[in-house]
Design a protein around this ligand. Structure first.
Ligand code: CUA
Length: 327
């Protein structure tokens, strides 16, 4: 009903109902106490008003029952709010394992999207219903924020690191996409649309069948583009995974922990791979020399996402002279 009255944006993802319920509960609770306190002020002002010039109020000793009541009830209410919102937050922050990955790069002033299959779009995002989608976000310049009110999700896209957000769309349609972080002159024009389609329509769109806007034909998958970059940048020369190679073998390395020269360990995730490509001297794996050149300026944010996606597809080859793994 609130949606029809224009008080809430349309609810088009699985999280919408949870977020709305929590939001309405907070509004209801705040409204109830605002009314209660306002009413009590008026009632007390009338009931306990000074009735004559010579009146001296009787001393009040306090009341244990009253003090316990106004301590315990608010405590219980705030605990309900805490556990309820923590549950919603954790669910919003934890993408399911089977989520489809998509990549989003923000720049002044547009959103660039690439699907795993290779299809690209600008200021538009096509997604199927009934499938969890995980967006990996970054920015080329300043902080932007990927905000879809109909899905009740908002996440900053931060230059120099990866963030993510996920959703599962429930209702086909076209929904607003906003940048929700002031990012310069045309921040207000950094908008777009999320097109939610039935899975079959989405597959058709993905293969470039209907309403194609991008270069669909022959678009290489993200991993294939990454492999091409891996070859053309010469990564394989040192990371070919043989013993005696100049760099650590990359097969199966993602998700593991590697020991560093400094003696510390680091988990190999998207952020570490990105740092190692742009600033290779930062965290050298134990047993290797700091000989890798930086690729800063040679690879774009899209290139980095493609390289990282490709590296994730590499499997460990038995007997490879790899890094010193810890787990
Ligand atoms: Cu991008 Cu505001």
């Amino acid at each position: 009903m609130l949606e029809k009255l224009g008080l809430l944006p349309p609810a088009a993802a699985t999280h919408a109902a949870q977020v709305d319920a929590l939001y309405l509960f907070l509004i209801g609770l705040s409204g109830f106490f605002a009314l209660l306190i306002g009413l009590l002020i008026i009632v007390f002002a009338i009931r306990f008003r000074r009735r004559s010039e010579h009146e001296i109020p009787s001393p009040i000793e306090g009341s244990l029952v009253l003090e316990l009541t106004w301590t315990i009830i608010p405590f219980c209410l705030t605990m309900v709010i805490f556990f309820w919102s923590a549950r919603v937050f954790v669910s919003l922050r934890t993408p399911p394992r089977n989520a489809i990955e998509m990549f989003v790069v923000g720049k002044q002033w547009m959103w660039k999207v690439q699907h795993l299959e290779g299809r690209r779009e600008i200021n538009e995002l096509h997604v199927p219903t009934g499938q969890p989608i995980k967006l990996t976000l970054t920015s080329e310049d300043v902080i932007h924020s990927f905000y879809v009110p109909a899905f009740r999700i908002k996440q900053d896209a931060v230059p120099g690191r990866y963030t993510d957000e996920w959703f599962e769309a429930t209702r086909p349609g076209t929904y607003h996409l906003f940048c929700a972080e002031f990012c310069g002159t045309w921040h207000s024009r950094m908008i777009g649309s999320i097109v939610v389609m039935e899975p079959a329509d989405y597959q058709a769109w993905l293969s470039g069948g209907t309403g194609a806007t991008g270069a669909a034909e022959g678009a290489a998958s993200v991993a294939a583009s990454g492999e091409a970059l891996f070859t053309s940048l010469g990564c394989a020369t040192c990371h070919r995974g043989e013993s005696g190679a100049l760099g650590p073998a990359l097969g199966g390395i993602v998700g593991t922990k590697v020991r560093l020269q400094s003696g510390e360990s680091v988990e190999v995730d998207d952020g570490y791979l990105r740092e190692s490509i742009l600033n290779p001297q930062a965290k050298i794996v134990a047993g290797f020399q700091p000989v890798m050149p930086t690729f800063k300026g040679q690879v774009s944010e899209e290139d980095l996402l493609q390289l990282i996606t490709y590296i994730k597809t590499l499997r460990a080859s038995p007997g490879a002279g790899g890094a010193h793994r810890e787990s």
